[in-house]
Ligand binder design. Structure first.
Ligand code: SF4
Ligand code: SF4
Length: 90
């Protein structure tokens, strides 16, 4: 049985900073980021990858988009300390 995402993750609110940024000039629209993102935050916008405006609410900080991009078209760090996702055990 699938467990709802909200039962597993918890977000610590606060100024997370812009921890993911598309670098449009490097994007070749291969769509790997779109394919790998487990919460569907990426989309093509005028032939280049873009991330949803509210990505901070849902991003799991897995880094899969960044790791899958072979064209250095995604700038990924992590949210500022004390903010972001917490995964519950159980
Ligand atoms: S993986 Fe990189 S090059 Fe491919 S669509 Fe996403 S951002 Fe663009
Ligand atoms: S870090 Fe993970 S969840 Fe966040 S946008 Fe990238 S692939 Fe999606």
């Amino acid at each position: 049985m699938l467990v709802p995402l909200e039962n597993i993750i918890h977000k610590l609110e606060g100024d997370q900073g812009d921890f993911i940024k598309p670098i449009r000039e490097n994007c070749v629209a291969c769509k790997r980021c779109i394919t790998v993102c487990p919460v569907n935050l990426w989309y093509l916008d005028d032939g280049k990858a873009n991330i949803k405006d509210d990505y901070k609410k849902l991003c799991l900080e897995c880094g899969a988009c960044w790791q899958s991009c072979e064209y250095n078209a995604i700038d990924f760090t992590y949210p500022k300390g004390g903010t972001g996702v917490i995964f519950k055990r159980g």
